[in-house]
Write a protein that binds this ligand. Structure first.
Ligand code: COA
Length: 185
């Protein structure tokens, strides 16, 4: 029998996902609160680049936070983009990666808008797309590549990419998810 991982969506309903990460059983998924900002800021500065996710932006957006005890170890931002939902940011604390936390966040987001189409621009970091496997797992499929995806944004807001510096010249792979999609195994 495959190992299962359990979590709680905010509101307290328990949920069980069959996946390979028993350690994620102590993780809860909650709506982002001001208490989480310091942890989230540190995590985002390190993984996505200093200034990419300012405190004001975290506060203004609809975010889901993965927590262990009172420590925030993952963040997923949900935005509405016209008639589709967008997942512009997903990040997990480096010490908690590869334990199913990202997948737990992704499934929690989808469960809030189950009948909608989703879109996500995934960072192409050198030869890798760190979120590729995670997105496919929860039913997204790659659509097309966009060159210099964050260039204008990094010039306007002044953030520094952890891979290429400032301004950011990284490309993005656009992924889409139809409401009836099932994830890959
Ligand atoms: C991408 C990220 C959010 C994944 O979070 P995570 O909690 O480690 O993901 P999970 O443990 O839920 O893994 C989900 C799947 O992705 C795979 N995976 C996770 N990180 C991976 C990586 N860096 N490279 C390749 N595959 C990876 C896992 O093996 C798993 O697949 P499997 O079930 O077939 O084994 C995390 O690595 C991260 O924060 N990276 C830095 C920020 C980033 O690049 N964010 C995406 C920007 S678009």
């Amino acid at each position: 029998m495959p190992p299962s991982m359990t979590g709680k969506l905010d509101g307290g309903e328990p949920c069980v996902f069959v996946a390979g990460a028993a350690e994620a059983s102590s993780i809860t998924i909650e709506a982002c609160s001001p208490d989480d900002r310091a942890d989230l800021q540190r995590m985002a500065d390190h993984a996505l680049g200093v200034g990419f996710l300012e405190a004001t932006r975290i506060a203004a957006q609809s975010g889901l936070v993965a927590k262990t005890g009172s420590k925030a170890v993952g963040l997923l931002v949900i935005e509405s983009a016209g008639d589709v939902m967008s997942l512009p940011v997903i990040v997990v604390d480096a010490a908690y990666r590869r334990r199913g936390v990202g997948q737990l966040l992704g499934l929690a987001a989808l469960s809030r808008h189950p009948d909608q189409e989703w879109i996500s621009a995934a960072w192409i970091s050198g030869a890798e797309i760190p979120a590729d496997r995670l997105l496919r797992r929860i039913g997204f499929a790659p659509s097309h590549r966009v060159r210099d995806y964050w260039l204008e944004d990094s010039l306007r807001r002044g953030f520094t990419c952890p891979l290429c510096g400032h301004p950011c010249r990284c490309d993005a792979m656009i992924y889409r998810r139809h409401p009836d999609a099932s994830g890959s195994r």
